[in-house]
Design a binder for this molecule. Structure first.
Ligand code: SF4
Length: 83
């Protein structure tokens, strides 16, 4: 199961995520990227990975569930840009 998050501190509202993966991302009323669905539908995973690679601010993180830390938080499997 894939989950996607957007770091609001990094997002600059370019909208590339919503353009590349419109089933998962959108631009909110204030112009920032937002995640529409959680978890990401399997059919949208390729588009989401493309959005991650094309976000100019590296603001999108992918999480793989149901891996949880001892504290119950979702564990990040890393940003594809760094792989
Ligand atoms: S592409 Fe990145 S910076 Fe642009 S709106 Fe989406 S998350 Fe924000």
């Amino acid at each position: 199961m894939m989950r996607a998050t957007i770091d609001a501190a990094r997002c600059q509202g370019h909208g590339r995520c919503a353009m590349l993966a419109p089933d998962v991302f959108d631009i909110d009323d204030d112009g920032w990227g937002t995640v529409l669905v959680d978890p990401v539908p399997a059919t949208a995973e390729p588009d989401v990975r493309e959005a991650v690679l094309n976000c100019p601010e590296s603001a999108i993180a992918l999480l793989q569930g149901p891996i949880r830390s001892a504290g119950g938080a979702w564990m990040s499997t890393g940003n594809p840009k760094s792989e």
